[in-house]
Design a binder for this molecule. Structure first.
Ligand SMILES: C[S@@+](CC[C@H](N)C(=O)[O-])C[C@H]1O[C@@H](n2cnc3c(N)ncnc32)[C@H](O)[C@@H]1O
Length: 212
C-alpha cells in the first residue's frame, strides 16, 4: 500500500472511485505515463483515455510504458496543450487528471503555467459528466508553481457548491511548500442541483456558466 502522504496515490484513490469500465478519461499531463496507465487500466477494453503533453519526449515515454503493459490501444496520445482539450474530446468524461509542473528528469523550463492550466481546468469542468471528478496535484515549491497554485485555488474557490464539491489535501508535517492535491466533483444525479450537461465545443468559461 502507498504511504498516505503520497499525493499522487491519494488523488488516484478518488479518481478510481468514478472511472467506470468502458468509461472515458483524460490525463491532462501525460509525462512519464503513470497516470495514463492508471486510467487505461480503469477504463477497460471498451474504454478510452486521452493523454495530452506538449513534449514529444514525454509522449514517447508514456507510449512506451503503455506498450509494455499492452494497453496502448486504449489511449489516444496527443501532442498538444491541455488548454485545447475541447478540440479532441467527443463527449462527457468520467475524470480528468492534472499532475502539474515539469517532466521528472526533463527540462525544468517546460512546465505547466497558470494561464494555460486555468484555461484547461475550465474546459475540464465543462467536459465532466455529472458525478465525475477532476484531480490536480499542484507544486507551489517551484518558481512558476506558486502563482499556478494560487490561480487554480482561486478558480476553485469560485465554483458554486450547488454544482461542484471541491476539496484540498495538503501534507502538514513537511518543510517548505509541500504539494497540494485538489479533487473536484461535478454534483451527480438528476434534477435540481445537477450541473449543466457537458457541451464539448462550447468555449464558454466554466465558472461563469454555472449560476448560483
Ligand atoms: C509533472 S509532469 C506529469 C507527470 C505524469 N503524470 C507522470 O505520471 O509521469 C507534467 C507534464 O506536463 C507537461 N505539460 C506542460 N505544459 C503542458 C500543457 N500546456 N499541456 C499539457 N501538458 C503540459 C510537461 O511536459 C510534463 O511532462
Amino acid at each position: 500500500m502507498n504511504r498516505l502522504d503520497s499525493v499522487v496515490s491519494l488523488v488516484q484513490r478518488y479518481i478510481g472511485e468514478v472511472v467506470r469500465d468502458g468509461g472515458r478519461a483524460v490525463d491532462a499531463t501525460a509525462g512519464n505515463g503513470h497516470d495514463t496507465l492508471f486510467l487505461a487500466r480503469l477504463v477497460g477494453t471498451a474504454g478510452r483515455v486521452w493523454a495530452f503533453d506538449v513534449q514529444v519526449e514525454a509522449l514517447a515515454r508514456a507510449r512506451r510504458l503503455l506498450l509494455e503493459e499492452g494497453l496502448a490501444g486504449r489511449v489516444r496520445f496527443i501532442q498538444a496543450g491541455h488548454e485545447s482539450m475541447d478540440r479532441y474530446l467527443d463527449g462527457p468524461v468520467d475524470a480528468v487528471m492534472f499532475n502539474l509542473g515539469y517532466l521528472p528528469g526533463g527540462p525544468r523550463a517546460i512546465t505547466t503555467r497558470a494561464e494555460t492550466t486555468v484555461a484547461a481546468l475550465r474546459l475540464a469542468l465543462d467536459a465532466l459528466r455529472p458525478g465525475g471528478r477532476i484531480s490536480l496535484v499542484c507544486y507551489p515549491g517551484h518558481p512558476s508553481g506558486g502563482p499556478e497554485t494560487e490561480a487554480v485555488t482561486a478558480l476553485c474557490a469560485t465554483l458554486p457548491p450547488r454544482y461542484f464539491a471541491v476539496v484540498g489535501l495538503r501534507v502538514l508535517n513537511r518543510e517548505g511548500r509541500p504539494p497540494l492535491a485538489i479533487i473536484i466533483e461535478k454534483v451527480g444525479g438528476t434534477g435540481e442541483g445537477q450541473a449543466p450537461a457537458a457541451d464539448p465545443g462550447n468555449n464558454s468559461p466554466a465558472a461563469g456558466r454555472y449560476p448560483e
